[in-house]
Design a protein around this ligand. Sequence first.
Ligand code: SF4
Length: 249
Amino acid sequence: MPRPEPKKVRDRRERVSVILPILKQLYPDATCSLDHASPLELLVATILSAQCTDERVNIVTKTLFAKYRSAADFANVPQEELEKDVQSTGFYRNKAKNIRLMAQALLEQHGGEVPRTMDELTPLAGVGRKTANVVLGNAFGTNVGVTVDTHVTRLSNRLGLTDHESDAVKIEQDLVKIVPQEDWALWSHLLIYHGRRVCQARTPLCEVCDLLPHCPTGPKLIAAKAAAEAGKAVAAAAKAAGRRKGKGA
Ligand code: SF4
């Protein structure tokens, strides 16, 4: 007999069922922010996005994708030339090497095409589970898993939807239990949009956040902020009183 589902998982799924429509309404156009016109372009853009902003990647790929149009183009370019072309995305030696190796594997093992399964994608150079999820979910519309990046990690923790602070694979395992599979790719986009606009890492705007009534962390952050401000006011008052006393002496 299958074990009954823990109450915690049922509660989290219930919370997601409330949060998801709110986010969908807030960000009706949420989508992958890496510009691409094919699975290969999305794969290359995602490899380049490691430790780099999507905006910077989009600037670089605008000219990159005009120059390299197929797996063969990426496979046959000299390392130094590709390094120059992707330099401004950072870690460019490694990224250029991975893109060339990945493209060579596409030619040798997949007829120059990007494969459509997790098992075929993850052995490719520079392609981890996160990159594979991005490609499968956005280029092929296949929801095999949930993409967990820095925003998804932070928001999943703040919203109390995972037990794992930073392990992306374990966070993904928690999320696939509670987010409807048809929304897995969209879920990541929605959390990324909300993380950039409202639930920012350093200064989350909890007071104006539409998720506040459903977020276990928001009230704590608001209380901590109020306490910090009250502490500052007390310190400022004490300093002013000290100055007055000094003048009076
Ligand atoms: S209430 Fe605060 S912590 Fe919670 S999701 Fe909103 S901004 Fe983030």
